[in-house]
Ligand binder design. Structure first.
Ligand SMILES: [Zn+2]
Length: 283
């Protein structure tokens, strides 16, 4: 039986905040502020055998900088990663209030850093549809330069055309068949639209949601519908709609423990698939 707690892992989607942002926002019971500090997270990595984790931005500069500017956000993320000595990597942030040229210039600047693995797009935080023309320019740039893009996709259940819906993501894949894509939260409850597309999906945040609704066996079957070589472990720590930050990892491993993945498959899900996705962390 796979020991999910002990197996060496990469968590492909977490959130940490810079210390100055934490210090300025303490006392409001915010999970990112209360649980998103570097030192506590490094202890968790040790405890759960997480060798590497990827920090995700929010497309909201207020979350990750004190001057609310995207270049500061990106610099802050890189500083956290550099401090960790190859334990933490990050995705570049964008701020769609800036004109597209400014955004592409910033991406050009930041993608060269070895700590930056790709770009994160969060249509739910910006309220702007993933297949809109602004993002299209980002996809075009990513496609031309072979850059990995992670898209937040956890649409509201009954909105088939929500800003982050898989139906919209399909349009992007149609336009850019070779674009390197990672879908966070597997596309939510509309995940079936993404089956058979050439992209990676990670189980951040959604795993506990699915299990609460459908139970472990049915969730196991849902996950098995994806290509086992494209399925990626991720938690979204410290964020979760169902459980407290302190419960996230234990709950994730408790759930996965009861699924039917073999040791070989678990190793792919926990590490080898994501290494392939990012190009083995070598630039
Ligand atoms: Zn997240």
């Amino acid at each position: 039986m796979v020991d999910w707690k002990k197996i060496p892992k990469i968590d492909a989607h977490i959130h940490l905040l810079p210390q100055d942002v934490i210090d300025a926002n303490k006392g409001y019971s915010d999970r990112f502020v209360d649980f998103g500090d570097y030192d506590s997270y490094l202890n968790l990595m040790e405890k759960y055998n997480i060798e590497i984790a990827f920090i995700m931005p929010f497309n909201d500069p207020y979350m990750l900088s004190m001057n609310f500017k995207v270049d500061t956000v990106n610099n802050n993320l890189i500083d956290i990663c550099t401090k960790s000595k190859n334990k933490l990597f990050c995705f570049a942030d964008i701020d769609i209030r800036n004109d597209i040229k400014t955004t592409i210039n910033e991406l050009e600047r930041i993608i060269k850093k070895k700590e930056v693995l790709g770009v994160k797009i969060h249509p739910s935080n910006t309220g702007y549809p993933i297949d809109g023309i602004y993002y299209d320019e980002v996809f075009k740039w990513a496609n031309d330069n072979n850059i990995l893009v992670e898209i937040h996709s956890y649409p509201r259940e009954n909105l088939i055309d929500d800003v982050c819906s898989p139906l919209r993501i399909k349009n992007i894949k149609k336009k850019y068949p070779n674009l390197r894509l990672s879908i966070a939260h597997i596309g939510g409850l509309q995940y079936e639209e993404l089956l058979n597309l050439d992209l990676y999906v990670n189980i951040s945040a959604i795993l506990t949601d699915l299990v609460e609704r459908y139970g472990i066996e049915k969730t196991n079957k849902m996950l098995r519908k994806f290509d086992i070589n494209k399925l990626i472990f991720a938690s979204d720590y410290p964020d979760n709609r169902r459980i407290e930050p302190t419960e996230i990892y234990n709950k994730y491993f408790e759930i996965l423990q009861q699924m039917d993945f073999t040791q070989d498959e678990a190793e792919k899900i926990c590490k080898y698939n994501v290494l392939k996705m990012v190009g083995y962390l070598n630039k």
